[in-house]
Design a protein around this ligand. Sequence first.
Ligand SMILES: [Fe+2]
Ligand SMILES: [Fe+2]
Length: 200
Amino acid sequence: MHHLHHIDEEDKEIIKKFLDVKHYDPDAFDPEILNDLEADKEYQSLLTFYGSDILGSENYIKLKSFIQHGNVTVFEHSIHVALCAIKLNRKMGIGGREREIIRGALLHDYFLYDWHDGEAPGNIHPKLHGFYHPGIALKNATRDFTLSEREKEIIKKHMWPLTVKPPRCREAWVVCMADKYASTLETLKIRKGKIRVNYA
Ligand SMILES: [Fe+2]
Ligand SMILES: [Fe+2]
């Protein structure tokens, strides 16, 4: 499986399941998964092993002050996406590089403004946040950190299918799916049973 966009029927079904948020069965998705992942010592140590420069930086801490949805901050959301991405990558046997998956996931929403506030500095396209924030996150991330091409691709394509052009590496596929998956779990955690996802 060298290029994940050459996918077979079974892969398509799995991907569809993750992406087709409207058809989630709330009973089959237990938001406790997020708590379990957060408590997992091995996953925690992977995050610090590969992402300590990011997690410890002054700018990254700012994500704790921005809300992603409900009462989940962009910081918490980014951690969730990284944890879910490691899990998906392992459970589905995708074979993406964990270092790049983690770093890309941590920075995928590094846009550094309150996307709900149309007047917030940096929020230049408030009505089209979904389209523009990957590019803004990428610009901020390359300014503040040294990133590989795969890590950049992860940030750039995480909003696929909105990006139209699909992810070009398996690491970017994994984070794209993990973002939708984590957002759904977060929303379920907030309103168990009633799904209203507005993922970013
Ligand atoms: Fe996003
Ligand atoms: Fe996200």
